[in-house]
Design a protein around this ligand. Structure first.
Ligand SMILES: [Zn+2]
Length: 312
């Protein structure tokens, strides 16, 4: 699938730009850890022009995902609600929100329903078109820099699962900060390198995405990268998105407990998932898992890292 892809080598740390690193014995070729800021990063990546193309969010390319399944859409709306609750806690009253790399607009649709005034930019035209035509959102099919949107304007500029794709995350963060009004906020979310899930999954961790994900951030390295870009972090959390409609296996997977799937079978019961018979968590199991997820968040080992930083 990747035979004729153009592959680039990474020379500098995507977090701090440093050029000294050592090998982390994971992956082939192995990952590296920056001697300066401790960020773990991939040694090479595919040319972005060949990755982020039509079909990326519709399961039609070797990369990307299929977001269009109705159950996945319902899950994304639920996850967006949890994300926005956290953001609103950090930034105060709802105002204007610009989402960079907004894809098909799941987060923006929920934000609008919660009272935000929403705008999005998305370079993949098919995704942007979906957000406009199907959801009636104000989304530009463009890179932010070419979008024509006014700088120093938005209360919040967000980028979900974008920073880990960036070869120079600091430059990216500085760039999106230009669209934030003074005193406003940048919000980013990335997969959590320090997650319990990653520690247990090794190379099977779903955050690896070789050739696509470049920087593997944890709470500390994301915070350092935000600071390095001239921002002031005000909240860094590691939430998870356990959901009542997941199967027991999904939930165990999200908690990084899939290794013990066999032994933990009795935590489930026969129920229904996506119209089919499946093992789903018992009610007390769901409550216990949500408690465990909250503990993960406190310990910094939850599924993703969500950072909110002020632009002064
Ligand atoms: Zn670094």
């Amino acid at each position: 699938m990747t035979a004729d892809l153009q592959i680039h080598q990474l020379k500098n740390c995507p977090g701090c730009g440093g050029d000294r690193s050592h090998v982390v014995p994971l992956g082939d070729p192995p990952l590296r850890r920056c001697d300066g800021c401790s960020l773990v990063y991939a040694p090479r990546y595919a040319d972005p022009a060949e990755v982020y193309v039509e079909g990326y969010l519709f399961g039609e390319t070797p990369f990307g995902l299929d977001l269009m399944h109705p159950l996945f859409q319902e899950f994304l709306a639920y996850a967006a609600t949890l994300r926005l609750q956290l953001i609103e806690k950090a930034v105060g009253p709802k105002g204007t929100l610009l989402d960079v790399g907004c894809g098909t607009g799941e987060l923006l649709a929920v934000a609008r329903a919660r009272g935000w005034t929403t705008t999005g930019v998305e370079p993949v035209e098919q995704s942007a078109r979906y957000a406009v035509d199907k959801r009636g959102l104000d989304v530009r099919a463009a890179m932010l820099e070419e979008s024509g949107l006014p700088e120093r304007t938005y209360d919040v500029v967000s980028a979900f699962h974008v920073v880990e794709h960036m070869v120079d995350a600091s430059a990216f963060l500085r760039s999106i900060s230009r669209w934030v009004r003074p005193g406003g906020y940048v919000v980013v979310e990335v997969p959590n390198w320090h997650s319990f899930h990653r520690r247990n999954a090794g190379i099977a961790w779903n955050g690896f995405r070789p050739l696509e994900h470049v920087g593997h951030y944890g709470p500390a390295t994301l915070k350092a990268t935000l600071r390095g870009a001239g921002l002031t972090p005000v909240m860094v959390r590691t939430p998870g998105f356990l959901w009542e409609k997941q199967t027991l296996d999904h939930q165990l997977d999200d908690l990084g407990l899939y290794r013990w799937n066999g032994r933990l079978r009795r935590l489930g019961r026969v129920g229904e998932h996506n119209g089919q018979s499946a093992i789903v968590p018992r009610r007390f199991t769901s409550r216990a898992f949500l408690g465990l997820q909250a503990i993960y968040n406190r310990l910094g080992v939850g599924q993703v890292v969500l950072g909110v930083a002020r632009v002064d």
